[in-house]
Design a protein around this ligand. Sequence first.
Ligand SMILES: [Zn+2]
Length: 295
Amino acid sequence: MVTSVRGSIHQGHEAFNEHSRGRQCAFMSLSALVFNQSADSVDLWTQTNIDDILHHGDRMYLHALSNEMVPDTDNLSINELPKVATSHNNAEYCLDYSKFYQGRIDRSFCDEGPFCSLQQGLMNAFSNSPNAMFVLDGYMMAGIKESEPFKEVLALAPTFSENVSNVTAAGKVVGIISSSQYLSCIKCNKKIEDDRSDIVACHHCGMKQMKETCDKSYYAQIMFQTEEKENLTITLFDKVIKELISVAGVTDLSGNSFDKLLLDLKNVLITYNKRTKAVSKVNRKVEQEKEVQGQ
Ligand SMILES: [Zn+2]
């Protein structure tokens, strides 16, 4: 079944400032993604929600424009978008633009080539993240895959401002739901597809670089058992994991040593966001409450 909801206005409506009118689709798309994260999920949206999303996107765009955070042009590309977005209810999100797919909507190509069909592009995009941005003929749109609430944090790693509710829990890591380590581009920080050669080319910015000089990034979704025997599914992003690695003094994370590092977190105090379940701090309770990850 396909249902549709539309706003009472559109981006070119005269309710919007003449400087932003018709130019702010990228920010309206961003606004939609953060609204889905911070308020109601996409399947519950009403016409009022969509109007709110458009107005918030317009405000974000005007703010970025007046602070010269984006170029004053009619079309923005994805890499010109901000790395942090604030929702209408003041939750801050770090945006990690990872993979790009390109194709033609009137053709179907095989999976191997540089282009893919729209259907394959959608499938590829949603296999990495429930959030996607589509650019069709210069117009930017947001794509959101319906998912279980706690899994939504995959693409948007929130930063921790005063406005979000962080809570702490003592306990231990009892399982790893998923974990990954990947190489990222020295220039644009995007994920690099490892093609098993010494020299790799970034699919995003095109820069060729030695694989050995690429930075490593980490991600893990784990099950944490509190001292009250409650099981929490929480997410650890790159920054927190790098702190854990440095405190543990581990240099080689090949084989199962990455998983070992995570499963070794016993008797710890975690600080996490109540809604997104993203961890901002891991403190070991022994060793005189040694701080592992500061704000
Ligand atoms: Zn790059």
